[in-house]
Design a protein around this ligand. Sequence first.
Ligand SMILES: Cc1cc2nc3c(=O)[nH]c(=O)nc-3n(C[C@H](O)[C@H](O)[C@H](O)COP(=O)(O)OP(=O)(O)OC[C@H]3O[C@@H](n4cnc5c(N)ncnc54)[C@H](O)[C@@H]3O)c2cc1C
Length: 386
Amino acid sequence: MNNHYEVIVVGAGAMGMAAGYYLSQKGVRTLMIDAFDPPHENGSHSGDTRIIRHACGEGPEYAPLGLRSQELWDELQGKTSETLFRKTGILTFGKKGSEFVEQAIESGRRYEMDIEALSADEIMARWPGITLPGNNIGCYEPAAGVLFAGNCIRAFRRLALENGAELMTDSPVTSIDVKADSVRITARDGMFTADKLIITAGAWNKKILSDLKLDIAIQPSRRVIGWFDSDDSLYASDKFPGFICDMPDGTFYGFPSIEGAGLKVGRFDNGVDGAPEYMNREFGAYGEDEADLRYFLGEYMPQANGKLNVGKTCMFTNTPDENFVIDLHPEYGHVAIAAGFSGHGYKFSSVVGEILSDLVTEGEAGRDISSFSAGRQALHPDNIGI
Ligand SMILES: Cc1cc2nc3c(=O)[nH]c(=O)nc-3n(C[C@H](O)[C@H](O)[C@H](O)COP(=O)(O)OP(=O)(O)OC[C@H]3O[C@@H](n4cnc5c(N)ncnc54)[C@H](O)[C@@H]3O)c2cc1C
C-alpha cells in the first residue's frame, strides 16, 4: 500500500523536520506533512537566527540536551556547505540575584563547561557596546553561538529526502484518527495511514492535541524582533556575542550584527496571546512592538539604537512552567508529541528530533526527559495531573 508509512510526522518545522531526518537515518519509511513549505515565515522558526546556549538559565536539566544538540549540529554541518552555526559566544546578564543568570553559571559549572562569571565592569570593559549599572552580573559561554535556523531546516530536509523520507508541503492535516495500533491522517492533498505518529505542529499543537483527548495548558503568543542599524565597530559578529538579558523590567535577547544586517533584538516576555489563525503578523501593529526594543537598546546598547532596518513577528508556544512537552501520548503509546517550546526550543531541535525518532522506534527516549512529561501537574492546572 503506497499510502502506508511506518511513521507520519505532522508538522515539519524545527522539530518535525529534524525528527524526519533522524528517522530517515534509521531507514524508517517516513512521511512528513506540513501546512506550508518549510522553512517558512508562518510558524515559530522564522527570523533567520537562533541562539544556542549549553549552560541554560532555564535549569540544569537542559544542559545535557544542549551539549548533545551541539554535537548533532556539528555533525550536520559536516554534511552541508551552508553555514549552520557561528561561534559568537553568548553573554547572559541581569541584575544581581537573577535566578536565570545564577542557574546558567551553575549549569555550566556542573557540566564542566567553559563558562566565565563576570561583573558589570568586566562586561563593559570587554564589550564597550554594553552599558550596565554596577548592580549587574553576567556569564559568558565562548563555545555557544548562533544557529542559522532556515539553513538548518533546509539541511535536514534535503538529507531526509535523500535518505528516502517523503515530504508533503502546503497540505494542512485536517483530521487524525488514532486506532489501537495505527493512525489515519487526512491532509488537504490525501489520506495516509501509519503504524506510528509524531505530532510537531508548533503553535497549532493545542487544537490538534485537544482533538486527541489531550488538553494541556499550552498557549501561542505573539513576539516581535527587530534589526537596528548599529555601529559595527562595536556590534559586528566577530567582536560582539549573542546575548540574553534578564532584568526586572523585561527579558530581552539578541544577536550581533551579521554581515552588516544590524543588531537584532527581541523581547522574550510580554507578548500578546492568541490562536495562530487570529494573530496579527504585522510588525508595528502594536505601539510597543518597536518601543519595547528601543527601550532595551537605549538602556543597555545605545550605539545600536539606530534606524529600524527590518521588523518581524513570530510565535512562541508557552507552557505555564516554560518547560517543554516531549513524551508519548498518555493514552496512545504509538503517538509521540513535542510541543510547548516556550521561546527557547530551537537550539534543541536536533536532539528533540533524535529523541522523537527513538520514542517511536524504540518506545523510549534514550535520555532523561521526565521534566518534559505531558502528564505533569503544570500542564493540568485544573486537576492533580494525569
Ligand atoms: C522570535 C523568536 C525568537 C526565538 N529565539 C530563539 C532562540 O534564540 N533560541 C532558541 O533556542 N529558540 C528560540 N525560539 C524558539 C524556537 O524558534 C521554537 O521553540 C521552535 O521553532 C519551535 O519549533 P516547532 O517545531 O515546535 O514549531 P515550528 O517550527 O513552527 O513548526 C511547526 C510546523 O507545524 C506545521 N503545522 C502546523 N499545523 C499543521 C497542520 N495542521 N498540518 C500540517 N502542518 C502543520 C507548521 O506549518 C510548522 O511548519 C524563538 C522563537 C521566536 C518566535
